[in-house]
Design a protein around this ligand. Structure first.
Ligand code: HEM
Length: 196
């Protein structure tokens, strides 16, 4: 593992734990996640990934070897929310607009890392009777890259290292900001939960 990836893991570990706690961990683990809560998780990912994908599009040369088109999550999330008949998240168009390409590497780390946790969530969702009873097919987003998950994670790590090693402090600081933004996306899209 590169020095930069090592730093990213170490220095964002606490924020990862905080985020994991927010994510209805208890309900996920005991199989009682409600469809509304599941919709809330999807809306949070949608707000984050949609904004990140748009921001990356503004730096085509910098991100060419990242193969952004192969990594789009917005279509998966839209399909899952449509299946659930849940409203979409309010977009957060300003989320990454002032971020440099180097800063976006920190957000890519957070976004691609979320696909690792996604494999855990996918397994837990399959054990959740309330979700299974209403969904005809499994979550497209949480299936993620499927058997390619490890490969895609390694490739994104190589890309982040190649582009970001000389700017390590900026990438790590941006990854922390990205985790905060993700938490904010969760909190700001929970109105439907509060109404219940
Ligand atoms: C219930 C929710 C979650 C669970 C159970 C979970 C679990 C995990 C697990 C088990 C790993 C390590 C996988 C491995 O090393 O192969 C991981 C890595 C990671 N997760 Fe999560 N995760 C969750 C949510 C999230 C979210 C929402 C984000 C981002 C917003 C995130 C970001 C990351 C990152 C960046 C890594 C990579 C850490 C590294 O550098 O190795 N996770 N997660």
């Amino acid at each position: 593992m590169s020095l930069l990836l090592d730093r990213l893991r170490q220095e964002t570990q606490q924020m990862h734990q905080q985020t994991e706690q927010l994510f209805y961990t208890e309900s996920l683990r005991n199989g009682t996640l409600s469809p509304i809560q599941y919709g809330h998780l999807l809306r949070t990912h949608l707000a984050f990934h949609q904004a990140l994908e748009i921001a990356i599009e503004h730096h085509p040369d910098f991100f060419r070897e990242y193969n952004p088109q192969e990594r789009l999550k917005t279509p998966w999330l839209l399909a899952d929310l449509a299946q659930l008949n849940e409203p979409l998240s309010s977009p957060m168009p300003a989320l990454f607009t002032s971020w440099t390409a180097v800063d976006l590497l920190g957000a890519v780390y957070v976004g691609e890392g979320s696909m690792l946790g996604g494999t855990v969530i996918n397994r837990l969702l399959q054990q959740s009777t309330s979700i299974q009873s209403i969904l005809p097919v499994a979550s497209r987003f949480y299936q993620g890259y499927g058997t390619d998950t490890g490969k895609q994670w390694r490739r994104s790590g190589e890309f982040i290292t190649q582009r970001g090693a000389l700017h390590a402090d900026a990438v790590v600081a941006a990854a922390k900001r990205a985790f905060s933004q993700f938490q904010e996306a969760f909190l700001s899209s929970q109105d439907r939960i509060m109404q219940k």
